[in-house]
Design a protein. Sequence first.
Length: 642
Amino acid sequence: MKPELRIVDMEMLVSDLGESSSLPDLRGETILQNQLKFQLDENDEMFEGYGRRKNAYPYRKFDSYTRELKKKIVKAAVLENQYLKAVFLPEYGGRLWSLMDKEVGRNLLYTNDVLRFSNLAVRNAWFSGGVEWNMGIIGHNPFTTAPLYVARITDEQGNPVLRMYEYERIRQASFQMDFWLEEESRFLNCRMRIANDTDDVIPMYWWSNIAVPEYEGGRIVIPAEKAYTLEHSLVFKTDIPFVNEVDVTDYKTIPESRDYFFDIEDSEPKYIANLDQDGYGLLQLSTGRQKGRKLFSWGNGDRSDCWQEFLTDQAGRYIEIQAGLAKTQYGCLPMPPHRVWEWIEQYGAVCIDQALMKDSHESRREVITKKLKDAHVFETLEETLRRTKQMAKSPAVLVLNGSGYGALAERGSCTGHLEFVVTEDGLKKWQEFMSTGILYKPSPAERPAAFFNDTESFCLLKETVENSNRKNWYAHYLLGVRYFDKEEYEKAKKEFNTSLELEETPWALHGLACVESVAGSEKECVSLILRGIEMRRTDRSFLKEGFKLLHNCGGYQELVACYECLDEKEQNISRLRFYYISAHHKLGLERKAYEMLEEGGGLIMEDIREGEDAMGHLWQEIYEALYGERRDIPKKYKFTTT
């Protein structure tokens, strides 16, 4: 059959994502990569730690989801030829959800049977399965659960091309992905393009995170002899396949959650494969710009079981093989101004002799590398990249909209072919401010419409709060948010106070509470955030942020009293209940804390963070206080990854 592109409706089991937070992400989440130290050779020319972020601002967090699953109609884009069927989820970051090898009737990817959100991304909500495209900042990117622009064009051979793209506000850069199948090809083509249209060097990051089945007797194959990994927050380089007497290509033997970033020599082809016990599986390969390859394993103990079971329903276990621009995910690369980075990734099936699966890593690597080199696969890929450059700059027919932020940005010739549309009322009001200098003033009960981090709007805010917006509480509030994000806390405090003098709002109270928290003024923080909570008693995201501040600032009695004044619906929010139980423990009320924690078989905190050990430590501390002995944490609370 000739290649086809279809936009279809697909019924899936999906948990409720909820609306985005009403608050800006000022304090951020715990980010594991920000706590690392490096022990590398002087010849390891990498940019470790470059481009780190403490939060997701100006993006809002998605922290109001639940675990309850319901049937939902989801938009899907389907590319299909006689050999492959690729299904994408454009409403969820363009995720490549499944890739069916039609000749053998097998899915080459791990496809979850549900979309169930958990706290692993820079904006909190994340879900497992398929291939996730991560651009801009370190971690699971801001578009993981957000719609992308979807458009379609036709290549010079008449094949339909699926285009997905967006404007990324932290780096102020655009990314574009063109996907197509050729009539006689057994590989999906993914042509990636990142454009820096600014006048500045910016930190840039890209990793394609590929979820694949965790096969019994399976192996990964990689053309490398060394890898970067970490233990106890220290990153170092080591020989492979054996690390601490464990063959890391045999992922079923890896005991604990671990990353292995493979050091592929510049002269070697860039690929990674996941094979089952019979030698069949997925092969991902690319042109030379995509240098990095990685294996992520959840490990094979209690902690691994907790996370694997938490993320799915009945789909089983998975690992991730990944591909990125840098050699590790612990830093970004400096991207020059007015520059475009392009590369092609391909995804398809590979098969080697079953007997090799019981042989050495070196023998499997040699067979696949020779097969690819003999077929001149990588030379052909580089030529395809050059040949399709004009196609990548061609305008396309818009099918589905993304966000309107790209329409507000100053973009140059690198992204002029991409169509961005403003549809959100909040952005239309912001456009009016940028043209008139007069910012609208919402009611105190109205959620802030949009947050920005660009220089132009920042300068205009600073200028207009001295004249046309001098008596606008909202303008002073937004300027305070901008100063806080820049860590200019005294200026932020001044603007939040001015905003509150003009109009008492929960938003400025939260901002000022964050300033006092940073300053170590715990009593002031507690007093301020309690006033804010009183104004937002049914706002799930505000309550979560408010209770976090109360708990972190030691306002345990105030927290208990505040929780007990909430309605039952809000009291049942698992994160709030956790803080309530923890406050009882801090106040010495161990028996009541233990009973509440264990009620109903144990508290399930639906938004527990990857690496967060608070649940397990809370149980352990309460148990020791009650019974005078320290016990191992029960499996149900083992959500730490090490």
